[in-house]
Design a protein around this ligand. Structure first.
Ligand code: OGA
Ligand code: NI
Length: 384
């Protein structure tokens, strides 16, 4: 396998001043963002905004109220904006600036980090290796943060000089937030507080980081910065572009634009954490729950209306402003087999998804590129 065509840096294309985008970036009509003059949205609803300050505070009522908000957001939306999330605003600003500075380096410096399709680690411009695929209007830098054994700082940018340090510090704070959310979700699901954290592999949990760069685009109505997809992992914590509302999420058939609140972080539920919610499980089931929160989600058909949902989302581009977003993806330990718990599968309640490791699962995104939630759908056993 290798990149099927010569990799073109979208930033270079954009800076070349072209008026019309090359044909390989033009999306089919049905995938283009619908720009309606004056109003971009079908429905005037916003993704939930949750203040996390009381999550592990002392007041039990406020704590419960926050848990309920998270619960509702994860079930109804699969995404929410978080404020008072504990990550230093200063560090967030620094992290974004460091990556903006990286993307503004001369091309030949960035090319030293050009990534390969086998690992994706480094400076990249496409997701997927299908020849002739329609491409997204963005460049990125992808790196492994956790587990420590996969962290290789020599593959992280040496310039700007503070980059490695800032990424390490930023990652550390976002990991803390992720642990807090894993606890909250475990409690909400009637599990022990440390349940999801352990199920992700504890200290061996995977965390990858991607800095996305969305260059200015002369024809934003024809393309996307990132095509529709659901994140293949567990939880994504995104530092969005605050200047331009770029991120859109699919909700009840409508693309809703997320209007980012300053200093917020966006929490996105990925495929591995689509969870059935059946209230507190009987105690004898506790030890089997680790596999339930994974892709075996619709195990109990009756509760399929009440699950944490991974959310389909995409990014639009803009003709006047470029943008940088930072995504941190938290994934189950890569060689953990994710499958339906045997004890919960019967003829009447068959497992609906194939068992596989996360490493195997994400190969799809890496070969086919982003394609909505087709991957998860394709893993459903044919039960008809
Ligand atoms: C992603 C993603 C959204 C954004 O990196 O998976 O969805 O706004 N990013 O950059
Ligand atoms: Ni995403």
């Amino acid at each position: 396998m290798s990149w099927p065509e010569q990799v073109v840096r979208v930033q270079s294309l954009s800076e070349s001043g072209l008026r019309a985008i090359p044909v390989q970036y033009i999306k089919p009509l049905s995938e283009r963002p619908l720009f309606k003059p004056g109003s971009q949205f079908h429905r005037h609803v916003d993704v939930p905004l949750i203040d996390l300050q009381h999550l592990f505070g002392k007041d039990p009522n406020l704590h419960l109220d926050t848990l309920n908000r998270i619960s509702t957001a994860c079930r109804d939306w699969g995404i929410f904006q978080a404020v008072n999330h504990g990550v230093s605003h200063k560090l967030m600003t620094k992290a974004r600036q460091v990556w903006r500075d990286f993307f503004n380096l001369p091309l030949q410096v960035k090319q030293e980090y050009a990534n390969a399709e086998t690992t994706y680690e480094g400076y990249g411009s496409r997701l997927g290796v299908e020849k002739g695929a329609v491409l997204d209007w963005s460049d990125y830098f992808f790196l492994h943060y956790l587990p420590i054994s996969l962290r290789n700082q020599s593959k992280w940018p040496e310039q700007p000089s503070s980059c490695r340090e800032v990424v390490a510090q930023y990652g550390c704070e976002v990991v803390k937030l992720c642990r807090t959310l894993q606890k909250a979700m475990s409690i909400d699901l009637g599990l022990k507080e440390e349940y999801i954290e352990n199920a992700f592999g504890g200290d061996y949990m995977g965390a990858c980081f991607r800095a996305n760069f969305y260059p200015k685009c002369p024809q934003p109505e024809l393309t996307l910065g990132l095509s529709s997809h659901s994140d293949p992992g567990g939880i994504t914590i995104l530092l969005p572009d605050y200047d331009v509302a770029r991120l859109q999420v699919l909700n009840h058939g409508d693309w809703i634009t997320v209007n980012p609140v300053p200093d917020s972080l966006i929490v996105i539920i990925g495929d591995q954490i689509q969870v059935p919610i059946v209230g507190s499980p009987p105690p004898f089931l506790y030890k089997y729950w680790y596999s339930i929160y994974c892709i075996c989600v619709y195990l109990i058909q009756v509760v399929s209306n009440a699950i944490y949902n991974s959310v389909e989302h995409r990014v639009t581009v803009n003709s006047a402003k470029d943008g940088v977003s930072l995504a941190m993806f938290f994934n189950p330990k890569s060689d953990l087999v994710i499958e339906a718990a045997e004890e919960l599968v019967s003829e009447e309640r068959p497992a609906l998804y194939e068992a596989m490791t996360f490493d195997h699962y994400r190969v799809h995104m890496r070969t086919k590129g982003p394609c909505g939630k087709k991957r998860l759908e394709s893993l459903k056993f044919n039960t008809s």
